[in-house]
Design a protein around this ligand. Structure first.
Ligand SMILES: [Zn+2]
Length: 192
């Protein structure tokens, strides 16, 4: 399933519109999803969709009509919560921006609740994995992980590389180009 191909920005900016990009993502998602509960699309064998449908056990911290926060069965530290959307999204880009904002709002609240719960928590790490590589569950989820001194939590990534400023500028330029193609500056003005 070439999800990444649909997410690629064309070489000549403007060739594909944002709505085409979204519809590409939706059509790919539709091929691997079956109709789910409440009219939502559901990936077959997705544990989160099963939990949302009430067909799997979960220790729920918070729930409303679009979001659920629950304990992970494999916590990095005690109090490790997952915040999930009830709708099955494969990637951030397939999610409406409003939904992403709401996901972060509830994540912020859950983080605050963990800090004030009495559990050991001197800090919080957030982690959201988007896309295919080595993910066990392709249903977008935010990890909210309480941290404390010498908790042993590590992300085993190589942070040893030190690219030159030229390389950083070149990479920034590639991302900036895609950003400007996706989001015209006037569309990105925060409304608060
Ligand atoms: Zn799912």
């Amino acid at each position: 399933m070439r999800i990444r191909a649909a997410l690629e920005v064309p070489t000549e900016a403007g060739k594909v519109t944002r709505s085409t990009l979204r519809s590409n993502i939706s059509s790919i998602a539709a091929k691997i999803q079956a109709p789910g509960p409440y009219g939502w699309t559901t990936m077959k064998n997705c544990i989160f969709c099963k939990i949302v449908a009430g067909k799997g056990p979960a220790s729920v911290v918070y729930e409303d009509k679009t979001i659920m926060a629950l304990m992970t069965i494999a916590p990095a530290n005690p109090g490790h919560v997952l915040v999930i959307t009830k709708k099955h999204f494969l990637a951030l880009a397939s999610m409406e921006e409003k939904m992403g904002m709401y996901l972060f709002k509830i994540t912020t609240r859950v983080a605050d609740a963990i800090r004030k719960s009495g559990l050991r928590c001197e800090g919080i790490n957030l982690f959201l994995a988007d896309g295919e590589p080595q993910q066990e569950i392709l249903h977008l989820h935010m990890h909210v992980i309480p941290r404390f001194q010498r908790d042993g939590f590590r992300i085993p990534a190589d942070h040893g590389s030190r690219p030159s400023r030229e390389e950083l500028d070149k990479t920034a330029d590639e991302i900036r180009r895609a950003y400007q193609w996706l989001w015209k500056p006037e569309e990105h003005v925060a409304k608060v």
